[in-house]
Design a protein around this ligand. Sequence first.
Ligand SMILES: Nc1ncnc2c1ncn2[C@@H]1O[C@H](COP(=O)(O)OP(=O)(O)OP(=O)(O)O)[C@@H](O)[C@H]1O
Length: 316
Amino acid sequence: MTDTTTTLAELERRATSRRERPGYGHDALITCDRLVRVFSTDGVEVQALQGLDLLVQDGDLMALVGASGSGKSTLMNILAGLDTPTAGAARVAGCDLLTMGAKERLHYRRSVVGFIWQQTARNLLPYLTSAQNVALPMQLTGRGKNAARTARVDELLAMMGVADCRDRRPAQISGGQQQRVAIAVALANQPSVLLADEPTGELDSATADQIFGAFRRANEELGTTIVIVTHDQSVASEVRRTVAIRDGRTSTEVLRRTEVDAETGQESVVAREYAMLDRAGRLQLPAEYTESLGMRHRVVLELEQDHIGVWPDDQP
Ligand SMILES: Nc1ncnc2c1ncn2[C@@H]1O[C@H](COP(=O)(O)OP(=O)(O)OP(=O)(O)O)[C@@H](O)[C@H]1O
């Protein structure tokens, strides 16, 4: 009898502690929890996202990389509020991207996220000057009085290093300047998150560096969280965190930190690559590792004191 009571009490205690444990990503600005997106065309299903987990903290500046077709743009479209996932959960700055109604979605796209696309022409209205392009999002949301808006427009254009483009239309400025004006447009309504899909894809490397500098300033001076999809290795290696997507899931992550040499005082950036362990305990082993050891369908796992060993199948 006592045993049964103890067991029940213990079970209850465990259930309560599980219920009270903070949910996955409760303190993250962006939470993607087992995100799935299936596209069906002509009866053929493509699983663009296959249970993707991703957490981004407030104030992060991070890059997303991955082969063509791995699901990067699908994820960005969902985070931008332009597409809805098939299953899973996605939350950005407290907004639930699956259950949002039309009105909330409009507010989300105008004020919570800002986006910059690869095609410079997609970011700006061609018949408006840079200043008018930056002012437009504020006018649409009725934000601020005229004088305050003008001041913010000038402040953002100056921060992005394109104050001299103020009164020119997109066709009268370079592609790199257009992208920097586009960042100012995206920042106009003080979004929590900036999303950029290959923002330097159409530009040469010197111009790409300037664009990246503009993102860094937005991150450091305004505290805006920034997620950049890029193929550009130099951009990916500039950020503290690079997450790789493979087959619709996050697969590896590189974290970089600055170390100071105790003797010389010299600073150097140290990068470390991590494999992602998803919430179900799944781990994606790099193909080059498994191939080099001939690992295929089964592997042997052994729990050691401070690591888990993975060996090739020992059965004939
Ligand atoms: N609207 C759609 N209809 C059908 N399939 C789609 C659609 N959008 C994307 N896909 C498919 O989903 C998968 C992921 O595509 P996605 O565009 O997200 O990849 P990506 O990593 O952004 O690629 P890239 O680097 O080439 O832009 C691909 O197989 C793609 O063909």
